[in-house]
Every structure is written in structure tokens, then in C-alpha cells.
Design a protein around this ligand. Structure first.
Ligand SMILES: [Mn+2]
Length: 345
């Protein structure tokens, strides 16, 4: 299915597919975020209202800071031996916010063995072919949750009707992907949607507190260790920091606690791009990139085997941290100089 990005005709095929299905599998990317989970929650609520059976299978568990969403939906962590046999019993899989097919992990491999149609709804750029039988991919949308909201308006005949959980899920999707309405993807449509969700009973401060003001102390300790070790390059335009396994152990933290750190480092005055270099194993290092909006960084992420959005991207490299650091810092400097030219000097 090819889709036009504007107008509502892109949703007619999606609605037809959902209408025809009776047993659906919903999924999102590994290490799910507020956008993926919130989108699933809203779609699951809609489908249940339509009398459909739907099961959420995710490649990773729900992170601690989003656990409150599990009150409204049953997010199952996909366990191949016990769940694989359930996939062929479904008649449609719907995938949210995926970025690329491989981020489904085992679920993606197992879905390929069935003949289920796989529908992707997403706002990341995708390669062609992208592995999906049908898709609505709109990179102009601030969040996948925005697309789900837009679909629900269409499906309900322009008026959005949302359960409490679905409204909260969509607000979380919107708030987390726009960095609480601060990032460059924040547009009028995002604020319109937020206004509507507030009219429907969402309390922004409650959700903000759940996600951003409930930091476990071990995360704060790890952040403090990172902030002490920020390094600047390219006349202060590039800020980078490393997180080693020792730092995580010393703080009593875990890998999932690093979320949001790169945004914090980007907030330094004069910094255009922040890079986190996160040691996952002896020969496995994760990179996370954030730009203030003048330098695109998805190309840099692709050079290191990853991808993402123009101003927020990442990669996982099968190399030791030291090696990756020696590669990424000069590559980041070169990219900033290339894009900003004299302004970087
Ligand atoms: Mn997203």
C-alpha cells in the first residue's frame, strides 16, 4: 500500500484492514518508549471497543518510568517458547513506531514465518523495501501517537472518543516524543492534540510527574557521574560523554536508566550536538545522538550502522567503547563543520 501523507484517505485502507481482522497482534520496538506504548494502548482500547481480540507482544518489558501505563493495557513481553504458537492464530499484526523491521527482534522473525499481513504505523524514515505488507509512514508527524489520534478521529467520524487509558497513552506519546513540547518536531498539530486530550480529562502535570519527576536515586547518581565527565569538541558545538559498565555498577543503576541523559547534555549553551557513548559489553557500544536542530544527525547515525530521526538518532556498534569513541568524536566534529561551515569555527 502506498499512502499519501496528507488528508484522510490514508486511513481508509487501515480501517478496512482493522475492520476485517478479528484477532490482532500489536507490537513496538525493543526498549519501548512512551510513544510506542501509548500508541499501542490507544489502539488496543479502540479495537476492544470494536469487539476484537488483541494481544500486545513486545520485544522488551515495559520500563520502570512507564509502568503506570500497564494499568490500562496488558503489555506482554514476548517469550518465544510460550508465545510463538499464538502468532499464526491471529489475522493481522500492527506495529507502532518501529523505525526499522529489525527492531522487532524475535517477534519480527517469527511473524515472517506466518502469512500474517503486517501493518506498520510510524513517523520514522524507512528504507525501501521496509519489510511490511502495508504501512502509513509519515515523517512529518511529531509522534506515532499523533498518527493514531488522527486515525481515531477518522474512524470515529471526526469526533475523538477515548477511554481514560487511551487518552493518557496518547498524551504520554505526544509529551515524550516532543520532549514535553520543546523539541523541533513540536508543531501546532501537537498542541491542538494536547488541548483536545486535556478537554477529555488528561491532567498534564500528573503524567509529567509520573515520567519526569519520579527518577530513582540510582539514576540521579549515574546522571551526576555523567555530568562530571562531559567533554566538549568543535569549539563547544559537540558535547560527548561516556557511560561505562563500572559507572552503572557504582551508581547501583542499570542500562535502562540512561534514558534522557543525552537531552540533558545537549542543553549546555553553545552545544549543537550531544553524543552519548554507552558501553553495553566488551565489544558492544551504544551511541545516542541529539541535535538542537541546526545540524542533522541521522546521517551520522547511519555511518555507524544505526538510524533515526533528523535530530534524534542512535546506533549500536559491535566494537569496544574505546574504539567507538575514537571514531565518533572526529566524525561528529567533521559533520558539524561540514553542515555549519564557517559558523562552526
Ligand atoms: Mn516515536
Amino acid at each position: 500500500m502506498t499512502t499519501s501523507n496528507n488528508g484522510q484517505e490514508r486511513w481508509s485502507k487501515v480501517k478496512e484492514m482493522l475492520d476485517q481482522a478479528n484477532n490482532l497482534i500489536l507490537s513496538t520496538h525493543m526498549n519501548p518508549d512512551g510513544d510506542g506504548l501509548g500508541s499501542q494502548l490507544a489502539m488496543a482500547s479502540y479495537l476492544k471497543n470494536q469487539g476484537k481480540k488483541c494481544t500486545i507482544f513486545n520485544p522488551s518489558p515495559v520500563p520502570e518510568d512507564l509502568q503506570f501505563l500497564a494499568e490500562y493495557a496488558d503489555f506482554k513481553h514476548y517469550d518465544r517458547p510460550s508465545h510463538k504458537h499464538m502468532l499464526p492464530l491471529a489475522d493481522l499484526a500492527v506495529i507502532f513506531d518501529i523505525g526499522e523491521y529489525g527492531r522487532l527482534g524475535y517477534i519480527g522473525e517469527d511473524l515472517k514465518e506466518t502469512d500474517l499481513p503486517i501493518l506498520s504505523i510510524d513517523h520514522h524514515p524507512h528504507r525501501d523495501p521496509n519489510g511490511f505488507s502495508h504501512f502509513v509512514h509519515d515523517v512529518s508527524a511529531c509522534a506515532t501517537g499523533y498518527l493514531i489520534y488522527d486515525f481515531l478521529k477518522y474512524a470515529n467520524g471526526s469526533e475523538v472518543v477515548l477511554s481514560e487509558g487511551a487518552a493518557k497513552g496518547l498524551y504520554v506519546a505526544l509529551m515524550t516524543d516532543t520532549g514535553s513540547f520543546r523539541f523541533s518536531n513540536t508543531d501546532a498539530a501537537a498542541h491542538d492534540m494536547a488541548g483536545k486530550l486535556i478537554q477529555l480529562g488528561v491532567k498534564p502535570h500528573e503524567l509529567y510527574q509520573e515520567i519526569y519527576e519520579s527518577m530513582p536515586m540510582e539514576k540521579v547518581k549515574l546522571l551526576s557521574a555523567c555530568l562530571e565527565n562531559i567533554r566538549l569538541a568543535c569549539n563547544g558545538r559537540l558535547a560527548w560523554f561516556t557511560i561505562t559498565r563500572d559507572m552503572i555498577a557504582d551508581a547501583g543503576a542499570s542500562n535502562e536508566h540512561v534514558g534522557g541523559f543525552t537531552d540533558t547534555v545537549r542543553s549546555v549553551k553553545g552545544v549543537e550536538v550531544a553524543v552519548m557513548i554507552h558501553e553495553l559489553g566488551d565489544r558492544r557500544t551504544r551511541l545516542n545522538f541529539r541535535s538542537k536542530g541546526r545540524v542533522t544527525i541521522d546521517g551520522l547515525a547511519r555511518e555507524f550502522g544505526g538510524g533515526g530521526h533528523r535530530f534524534a538518532a542512535g546506533a549500536v556498534v559491535d566494537q569496544p567503547l574505546e574504539v567507538v569513541r575514537e571514531g565518533i568524536v572526529p566524525a561528529g566534529v567533521a559533520e558539524i563543520e561540514k553542515q555549519l561551515g564557517e559558523k562552526a569555527k
